[in-house]
Design a protein around this ligand. Structure first.
Ligand code: NAD
Length: 360
């Protein structure tokens, strides 16, 4: 590997990883010297939120079981008012990217620190990226105030995640690692983390498909997702994330499944312009065509491979193209209107990604 000049900023956070680590929540809370917390979770997981509240005892002020996908602004306003009214000194978010996203949106306003306890593989807990949906569009930004100060990964919390959701969520994590490999601000340490994330996640996916209760496979997925989240937090993502972001905000497609459908197509599209990243993927995945392997893997794991299956209409392709092309993200390959249309049509239909001929 050729080492180029790079910049790398380590993130100021603690990570605790392993089975039954949730029981250490009070110890972690005291270690980082948080003051009394508002616990944030989704309505469907208020049992988990209540468990954390009970584990925190008098350190918890209350529960906000209201998080929703894509963090709508009305919810953020309500969450900020609740946190202020209670006089919360910290936020403890347990759940997927939606719960952690709501805590981040609250913290963006008042700067109170966050502890994150993720139960999916989305990776938001490792980043300073926030997102809020307003007027049919998702606005995002980076702010160090929303970076969780402490993250607890407990594999046992992921066992109840349905198998299909686990697979698409882990493919969301794969997308972070893969786009980090060709990011303009990638550094050698992030490349190492990305390779390890890809190896760990791809190895675990068929095992999870076979047995969703397999703790060893779940540990590998969570480990890979932690690394992938760190890659996301340390680099600038490219066209893949831009497309998913627009499809989520404009037509409310499910976040993780959208990533899973698009990833093989974006890998094929970018392959000719990102030879070093492609070489790394070829090596770690043991195939000359990583895009096809990812598409086959999604098929093997029986998760959707078309945007059509996710509820997108073919006519939506025309509607989203201008937003995707506006303020284009850094991408190794220039994205033209017609190339993007072809890519989206393939992903909409669920046809295999274009063949990667580079190494053949
Ligand atoms: P999510 O939080 O909505 O969870 C996905 C599904 O999994 C939901 O149905 C949820 O109820 C279920 N679930 C979660 N934990 C579970 C458990 N332990 N058992 C059973 N079911 C469980 O979605 P997500 O995919 O985790 O995150 C997506 C959101 O996060 C999007 O809004 C996305 O934009 C955001 N995100 C942000 C960042 C960032 O850095 N800011 C990174 C990744 C994702």
């Amino acid at each position: 590997m050729h080492i180029r000049n790079f910049k790398y900023q380590a993130q100021p956070m603690r990570v605790r990883f392993g089975a039954k680590e949730l029981h250490k929540v009070q110890e972690e809370f005291d270690t980082v010297e948080f003051s009394r917390a508002l616990v944030v979770c989704s309505p469907g997981h208020s049992d988990l939120g209540a468990r954390v509240r009970d584990l925190l005892g008098t350190r918890a002020l209350g529960l906000l079981p209201k998080a929703r996908m894509h963090v709508p602004i009305e919810l953020v306003t309500e969450g900020r008012a609740t946190a202020m009214a209670m006089g919360a000194g910290s936020l403890v978010a347990i759940g997927g990217g939606s719960a952690i996203g709501l805590a981040k949106a609250i913290a963006l306003d008042c700067g109170i620190p966050i502890m994150a306890i993720p139960t999916t593989y989305a990776g938001s807990e490792m980043t300073s990226i926030w997102g809020i949906t307003d007027n049919g569009g998702k606005h995002t930004g980076k702010d160090m105030r929303v970076l969780p100060r402490v993250v607890i990964y407990d594999v046992e919390l992921t066992v109840s995640l349905p198998t299909a959701t686990s697979i698409t969520s882990a493919m969301n994590a794969l997308a972070h690692a893969i786009e980090a490999l060709y990011a303009p601000d990638v550094s050698p340490i992030i490349s190492l983390m990305a390779v390890e994330a890809v190896r760990s996640i791809v190895n675990a996916l068929p095992r999870i498909h076979h047995d969703g209760q397999d703790i060893s496979a779940r540990t590998d997925l969570q480990y890979g997702s932690w690394l992938a989240g760190a890659c996301l937090g340390a680099t600038t993502m490219s066209i893949h994330h831009k497309i998913c972001h627009i499809l989520g905000g404009a037509i409310d497609l499910p976040h993780a499944a959208t990533h899973a459908v698009l990833l093989p197509h974006v890998v094929a599209f970018n392959a000719p312009a990102a030879p070093e990243a492609l070489e790394v993927l070829v090596d770690v995945l043991g195939t000359s065509d990583p895009a096809r392997l990812l598409w086959d893997l999604a098929g093997y794991c029986e998760v959707p491979r078309s945007l059509d299956e996710l509820g997108m209409r073919e006519s939506d392709i025309d509607c989203v193209i201008p937003s995707i092309l506006a303020d284009q993200y850094a991408n190794p390959r220039p994205v033209s209107d017609s190339a993007l249309r072809d890519l989206l049509r393939q992903a909409w239909q669920g046809s295999p990604p274009s063949r990667i001929e580079f190494f053949n």
